[in-house]
Design a protein around this ligand. Structure first.
Ligand SMILES: Nc1ncnc2c1ncn2[C@@H]1O[C@H](COP(=O)(O)OP(=O)(O)O)[C@@H](O)[C@H]1O
Ligand SMILES: Cc1ncc(COP(=O)(O)OP(=O)(O)O)c(N)n1
Length: 282
């Protein structure tokens, strides 16, 4: 018997293609060495070419999943991804308070404000954006929007470092402790720069931009790697630094699958004997 591992909870939707959503979160938690737990919010019909529809889980069932694992197994850090509706967002927000997860409580909460897939297919009902701003963001230790989500949430079009800083300030006004503005979509930029701010510290995490179309699940993988490192006891700055290093390599190791966009790969972390695009014969 070994020691009890650290635990991370993801509250998110299922991607039937296995590259994003709860599947990406679980494989990232595993690769980062924490025990992953799930509260499913929606079932998407999804593959490499897009999201063909989704069905939500009843809010009381979402709450029951969170309470079941928090009460019995304990949660060291949590993240939210696709939440689909305003009702689910409200229920998740109040349940997080009830079980002691989120800003001002002992367990950190990472909020990835998933609104649409990379193909532009909606993953959030239109009326739910306001609930993300007013109910979820004030409870977040860290929020991790991509540039499309920044535009939806603040109206700010991020084109450079100065507008990324303005966007971070606008997002901090909704009440999260930290904001990470992800720069992956600035495809004109030769480097991928993610800007982290709590209003006092402003840090740019800069890395290479790999020339690959296969970045499905990148946002989920980054947010869950950060969550895993928070679960292991790192502070936000160190957890984001570790998450950025992790996602860089996952993008480098991404692989084609299906006719469209393939997923980023956390397999590299698990050693040379596991399936990896660098060993295509497997
Ligand atoms: N081509 C790439 N090469 C290296 N890192 C990338 C690449 N594309 C995105 N990233 C990184 O992956 C993470 C997710 O970024 P982004 O694509 O902006 O979010 P999302 O997947 O939510 O749309 C960020 O850390 C970003 O810098
Ligand atoms: C079920 C589900 N959740 C989230 C996403 C979006 O994931 P993300 O990591 O932002 O990746 P891309 O959509 O950019 O590939 C999803 N597609 N499905």
């Amino acid at each position: 018997m070994t020691a009890t591992p650290r635990t991370a909870l993801t509250v998110a939707g299922s991607d039937s293609g296995g590259g994003a959503g709860i599947q990406a979160d679980l494989r990232t938690f595993f690769a980062c060495g924490v025990h992953g737990m799930t509260a499913l919010t929606a079932v998407t019909v999804q593959n490499s070419v897009g999201v063909h529809g989704f069905t939500e889980i009843p809010p009381d069932v979402v709450a029951a999943q969170i309470e079941a694992v928090a009460g019995d197994m304990g949660v060291n850090a949590a993240k939210t991804g696709m939440l689909a509706t305003a009702e689910i967002i409200s229920t998740v927000s109040s349940t997080m308070d009830k079980v002691g997860i989120g800003r001002g409580q002992s367990v950190p909460l990472v909020v990835d404000p998933v609104a649409a897939s990379m193909h532009g297919d909606p993953l959030l009902r239109d009326e739910a954006l306001e609930a993300i701003r007013t109910e979820l963001f004030p409870r977040a230790t860290l929020v991790t929007p991509n540039l499309d989500e920044v535009r939806l949430l603040t109206g700010i079009d991020v084109t450079d470092a100065a507008s990324a800083r303005r966007a971070a300030e606008a997002l901090l006004a909704f009440g999260p402790q930290w904001v990470l503005v992800k720069g992956g979509h600035l495809s004109d930029s030769p480097r991928c720069v993610d800007l982290l701010s709590d209003g006092t510290h402003v840090v740019e995490f800069e890395g290479p931009r790999y020339d690959t179309p296969h970045t499905h699940g990148g946002g989920d993988t980054l947010a869950s790697a950060i969550t895993a490192h928070l679960a292991k006891g790192l502070g936000v700055l160190d957890a984001v630094a570790a998450g950025k290093k992790f996602i860089e390599r996952c993008v480098f190791e991404s692989y084609p699958l299906g006719a469209g966009v393939g997923p980023v790969s956390p397999f590299w972390r698990l050693g040379p004997d596991l399936p990896s695009p660098v060993r295509p014969e497997l």
